[in-house]
Structures are given as structure tokens and as C-alpha cells.
Design a binder for this molecule. Structure first.
Ligand SMILES: [Zn+2]
Length: 388
């Protein structure tokens, strides 16, 4: 392992000692099935990237369910059939909005992103953007820039972390790879163009591309914290990108304009995960942004009692002025919809209890016990009734 790591490090650093590392023309697209020559710095970057991939695969954070994996992979293959076999996707359970493409053809897509995409077309646009970084070999170009301009310390710490040597663990390597993927504006524009062209050619509605950035901006503005979404740290100047994408969408002639949005397909595939991902999101405690996101999902996904339930949870957790009433309304709406989670009764009871509405609290707890007689907290909720 150490030997391998040392080799990876020295290959990236160009210290292999035998041959002068070859360099590829910066602008050449990667070809389907292509692997860089072993003597190049690009091959070293691929090996480091493959190490990160192995660790991620073994991390226990990757979703293994075939259906959702097939869904994301099918979008990628629809966007770029010729590269379908070269790209490997890992859906990572984490509540942040992010996706990243590694030089060797592996892509991470985070569940916080899939949750926030309103439909398949929006997800396709972001996946296309990431594929753009891959086709255009942005990682190796970025790597060479970092190598030539960063201080020795920064460079060595990134290289060491990437090679997995010494004191840094998995997270270190992921972060270091992430630093490499903090692309310049020029690369971001190029990836936007490639992503837009691919989603548009694949028959998705081009108008969806700017919408996902707009939604993210709203979340960021609500939070008042520009760094709230990790994505903004690596994908700058979103306002400008929205304008550019809107312009591109308008310019697509009617004859070539795709109409596929895929809202129902997206909602159906993601529905089994909705509660889990929303719970993850609230645990993240970025409640102002979550409120915007939940309201947006309620608007475009229609009756989903889980969405109302978690909106209620958000208000209950936050507890600002007026939130108790908002929580009661959201739980009541959820409970009026088909398939509402029984927990909505329990939470409704807790809010009423806190507000001193004893009769309403009692009714809600009793409804919970009737609806969930096998719940693990049955005895606890029963004890609430004794205390009321
Ligand atoms: Zn990007």
C-alpha cells in the first residue's frame, strides 16, 4: 500500500525519475475508452482518483439500491451514449447539494442535490455539467495550474492527501480532490456550455437548466450565508450563469427544442427516500434554506404528506414566534393527505403540549398510539398522556 501510494505521489509530482512526463494538449477532449499513458502526470492523477473511488465505495455512505442507481446512470447514458461505459456513478448520502466528477471517470452525486432537483431535466443539466469537466479534462489542467502556482506547502499537502499517505484519512483525500475541482470561471463556463448542449440535444427542456441554479440562489439568500451550500464554494458567480443559461435556452430554435421535463419520473424514483433525505436535511440545521427548499418541493410535487410533515418538524425545531401555529398547520395538512406518517400525530401532540393546549395534545397523542401501536416509542408517548 505504501509503495503504491509513494508511486502515485511521485507520478503526480513528476518524480518518477525515468522519463520526462509527457503532456497532452490541454484542449483535447478525452476519448471514449481512453486511459492516459502510464508515464504522464495525468496517469498519476487517475491513480489518486481511483484510490479515492475505492475508499468511497467502501465508506458505507453510497446508496446501493439498483433502481435509483439505474435512474442516474440512464440519464448519463442518454446525455452521452459514447461515454456510458466509462462513467461510474456513486450516489452519496449527504444532505448537501453537490456533484463532482473525477478525472478517471467516476462521479459523486450527493443526495442533497437529487432531493433539490425538481425534475429529471434539472438533474440531467447538472450531470451534464459534471460530464463537461470530464470530457474537457479540467482536472488535469487544474492540477497543472495548482502545481505551477501553489506554494510548496499547499501543493505537498494536496498531493500527500490525494495519495493517502501518512496522517490524512479518507476525508482529507476527498477534500484535497475537491480543492482540485474548484475550477476557474472559464472551466465552469465551459462545463455549463457542454452540460447545456448535452441536455438540450438529449431532448430535455432547455428552460430547466437555469432553474436549479435559481433555486439554489434563493436558498443561499435566505440563509444569509454565502458558504451555506458547499456547491457555491466550487461553482462561483451563479447569477451570471443563470443569465447565460437563460440566453442559451431562449436561443434554442423551436424545431430543436426538447420538451421532456421528467417531473413525475423524478418524483416517483426519489419518493422512497424522501423522508430519509428530509430528515438528513433538517439535521443539518440550515433551517432558513430548508424552509425555502421544502416550500418549493411542496409547490412542484403536489400532495406529499412527508413534505408537510417535515415542514412542520422544521417549525417545531426552530420555535420562532409564530412557528408553533405554522407547525400545527403543516401537521394538520399532512394528516389530511393520504399516507401521512403517524409521527405527524406525535409531533402535533408535542407542539400542543408545549403551547399548553392540553386537550389537543391528548387527542393527538391518542391518535398516534392508535395509528402506530407497534412504534418503539409507544410506551414513552403513553407516559406523556399520564403527565398531561
Ligand atoms: Zn463545475
Amino acid at each position: 500500500m505504501l509503495l503504491r501510494a509513494t508511486f502515485v505521489l511521485s507520478t503526480i509530482l513528476g518524480l518518477s525519475g525515468c522519463a520526462t512526463p509527457q503532456t497532452l494538449p490541454d484542449t483535447a477532449n478525452i476519448q471514449p475508452g481512453e486511459r492516459p499513458d502510464i508515464t504522464t502526470d495525468e496517469a498519476g492523477l487517475w491513480m489518486a482518483s481511483e484510490d479515492v473511488e475505492r475508499r468511497l465505495a467502501a465508506s458505507g455512505r453510497v446508496l446501493t439500491d439498483p433502481e435509483i442507481n439505474a435512474y442516474v446512470k440512464e440519464i448519463i447514458c442518454r446525455l452521452s451514449p459514447e461515454y456510458c461505459a466509462d462513467v461510474r456513478v456513486y450516489i452519496v448520502r449527504t444532505p448537501h447539494f453537490n456533484a463532482s466528477m473525477y478525472p478517471s471517470g467516476f462521479m459523486q452525486v450527493w443526495t442533497g442535490l437529487i432531493l433539490r432537483a425538481e425534475n429529471e431535466a434539472q438533474l440531467a443539466y447538472v450531470l451534464g455539467h459534471e460530464l463537461g469537466h470530464y470530457f474537457r479534462r479540467h482536472s488535469i489542467q487544474q492540477w497543472r495550474t495548482v502545481r505551477d502556482t501553489a506554494s510548496a506547502m499547499t501543493f505537498f499537502s494536496i498531493a500527500t492527501a490525494m495519495a493517502g499517505v501518512g496522517y490524512v484519512g479518507d476525508i482529507g483525500a476527498l477534500v484535497a480532490m475537491g480543492a482540485l475541482m474548484s475550477y476557474s470561471r472559464e472551466f465552469e463556463r465551459e462545463a455549463d456550455d457542454v452540460g447545456f448542449e448535452m441536455m438540450s440535444k438529449a431532448g430535455y427542456s432547455p428552460d430547466e437548466a437555469p432553474k436549479i441554479w435559481q433555486a439554489l440562489l434563493q436558498e443561499r439568500d435566505a440563509s444569509g450565508d454565502p458558504n451555506q451550500l458547499i456547491f457555491f464554494a466550487t461553482h462561483p458567480s451563479t447569477e451570471e450563469r443563470i443569465d447565460t443559461l437563460k440566453g442559451l435556452a431562449t436561443a434554442v430554435p423551436a424545431s430543436a427544442r426538447g420538451v421532456d421535463v421528467g417531473a413525475e419520473r423524478h418524483a416517483k424514483i426519489t419518493h422512497p427516500y424522501l423522508s430519509e433525505w428530509l430528515r438528513d436535511d433538517l439535521r443539518n440545521r440550515k433551517l432558513a434554506g430548508s424552509e425555502i427548499m421544502l416550500k418549493r418541493l411542496i409547490e412542484n410535487r403536489g400532495e406529499r404528506p412527508e413534505l408537510q410533515y417535515f415542514l412542520g418538524e422544521l417549525y417545531r425545531i426552530r420555535g420562532d414566534e409564530g412557528d408553533a401555529q405554522h407547525a400545527v398547520e403543516a401537521y394538520t395538512t399532512a394528516l389530511g393527505q393520504k399516507g401521512a406518517p403517524a409521527e405527524a400525530y406525535r409531533s402535533l401532540g408535542l407542539v400542543h403540549w408545549r403551547e399548553g393546549h392540553t386537550a389537543e395534545a391528548r387527542a393527538a397523542f391518542e391518535a398516534y398510539l392508535r395509528a402506530a401501536p407497534k412504534a418503539s416509542d409507544y410506551a414513552m408517548v403513553k407516559s406523556y398522556l399520564d403527565q398531561l
